[in-house]
Design a protein around this ligand. Structure first.
Ligand code: ASP
Length: 342
C-alpha cells in the first residue's frame, strides 16, 4: 500500500487570511473552512491536506512566547500523523516566531514551513496564493522517503530561508524577508532548486518539544546620542537577566567611560550581554576596532552573525531551560539549530 502524504496547515492569523468585507470594504478574516473556495487549486494536490485554525486568530503583532509554545504543542500533537507542517502567520513578527519555534522543536525531522503574504488572499493580485501553494509543496517534498527540508523555515516570494536566519526588512515588497548571513535554502522559479549543502540534515531522533520561554530579556539598540540616564535605567529593570545589545557595524559601541561603566556593572550584576550587529548582514568581530575591545574585556558575549530575532528567542529558550550563566554563555557560543555560523 502506498502511504498518502499528509500536510497540516496551521492558520494563526495575518494578512493572508483576509478578504474585503462586501459592505464596508474593510479587511476581515475569512472562514478557513472555505479555503478551497479562495484557492480552488488546493484540491489538485493529490494528498491529504488538513487545516487547523487558531481561535482567536492573531495579528502577528500580538504574538508572544505563550503562543509559540501553543504552536509547538500543536505540532507535537500532530507530529506522527503528518509529513510536514505549513504555518500561516502575519509577516510582521514571523521571523521571531520561526526563530522561537526552531529552539522549541529539538530533533525536528519534518518540515515546518512558515508563510504569509503582503496582500490578502481575497485580493486579485495576492501573493498569498503562490506562497501557500509552494509552501505546501516544499513541506511535502521528500527524497528517498526523507523530507527534503527537515527544519523550521520561511517561504516568501520565491525564496526559502532558514527561519532563525531571517529578518523582515520590507513592509511592502512581496520579497519581504532577508537572510543576510545564510544563502537561501531554496530558490523557486520554474523549479524548486534546493541548496542541499545548506539545509540541515535529519538526525532521526525523537522530537523533543520544549515548553518554557523566559521573557526576562530585552533588546537595547544603540544610537548616536543615547543618554547615560536611559542606559542606566534600562539596566536597572527589575528581573532583567540578559540583553541583546544591537551595536554598530562589526559590534562597535561608544567608548565613553559612562557607557563602558554601565555595561561593566550590568555584567557584574550577572546580566548576560549578547552583542549583535544592527546591520542586516555581516558579523560582530570583537577586537576589530578599538570600540569593541573593551566590550570583550568586560565579558560581553559576541553574537557573531546571529539575527536579533534569533538572539532574543535563543535567550528566552536558554533561560526557560533553567541553565546556569556559564552554560548559557557556552550555548550562546555554539549553534543549536543552525542560527549562527561556526
Ligand atoms: N499586520 C500583519 C501581521 O503581521 C501583516 C501581515 O500579515 O503581513 O499580522
Amino acid at each position: 500500500m502506498i502511504e498518502e502524504t499528509s500536510i497540516l496547515v496551521i492558520y494563526t492569523g495575518g494578512t493572508i487570511g483576509m478578504i474585503a468585507d462586501k459592505k464596508s470594504g474593510a479587511l476581515v478574516p475569512f472562514n478557513f473552512d472555505q479555503i478551497n473556495k479562495q484557492i480552488p487549486e488546493l484540491s489538485r494536490f493529490n494528498f491529504r491536506l488538513d487545516f487547523h485554525c487558531f481561535d482567536p486568530i492573531l495579528d502577528s503583532s500580538n504574538m508572544d512566547p505563550k503562543v509559540w509554545i501553543k504552536l509547538a504543542h500543536i505540532i507535537e500533537y500532530n507530529y506522527e500523523e503528518y509529513d510536514g507542517f505549513v504555518v500561516l502567520h502575519g509577516s510582521d513578527t514571523m521571523a521571531y516566531t520561526a526563530s522561537g519555534l526552531s529552539f522549541l522543536l529539538e530533533n525536528l525531522n519534518k518540515p515546518v514551513v512558515f508563510t504569509g503574504s503582503q496582500l490578502p488572499l481575497g485580493v486579485l493580485r495576492t501573493d498569498g496564493r503562490e506562497n501557500l501553494i509552494t509552501a505546501i509543496e516544499i513541506a511535502a517534498d521528500k527524497e528517498d522517503d526523507t523530507p527534503v527540508v527537515p527544519e523550521v523555515c520561511i517561504y516568501f516570494e520565491n525564496r526559502l530561508m532558514r527561519g532563525n536566519r531571517t529578518t523582515k526588512y520590507n513592509a511592502e515588497n512581496f520579497n519581504a524577508f532577508v537572510s543576510g548571513n545564510l544563502p537561501l535554502l531554496a530558490d523557486v522559479g520554474i523549479y524548486i532548486k534546493y541548496n542541499k549543502n545548506i539545509i540541515l540534515k535529519p538526525n532521526f531522533k525523537k522530537l523533543k518539544v520544549h515548553k518554557k520561554m523566559d521573557t526576562g530579556v530585552a533588546i537595547l539598540k544603540l544610537f548616536p546620542g543615547i543618554s547615560e540616564e536611559f542606559v542606566n535605567s534600562f539596566f536597572n529593570i527589575n528581573g532583567l537577566k540578559a540583553v541583546v545589545l544591537e551595536s554598530f557595524g562589526s559590534g562597535n559601541a561608544p567608548s565613553e567611560p559612562w557607557f563602558i561603566n554601565a555595561i561593566e556593572s550590568a555584567c557584574d550584576k550577572g546580566i548576560i550581554i549578547l552583542n549583535v550587529t544592527q546591520c542586516l548582514a555581516g558579523a560582530v568581530e570583537h577586537g576589530k576596532y578599538e570600540t569593541s575591545i573593551k566590550l570583550q574585556e568586560i565579558g560581553v558575549v559576541s553574537g557573531r552573525d546571529i539575527t536579533s530575532e534569533a538572539a532574543i528567542t535563543k535567550l528566552m529558550y536558554l533561560f526557560g531551560e533553567g541553565h546556569d550563566k556559564e552554560t548559557i554563555i557556552k550555548l550562546l557560543n555554539s549553534s543549536l539549530r543552525g542560527e549562527v555560523s561556526n
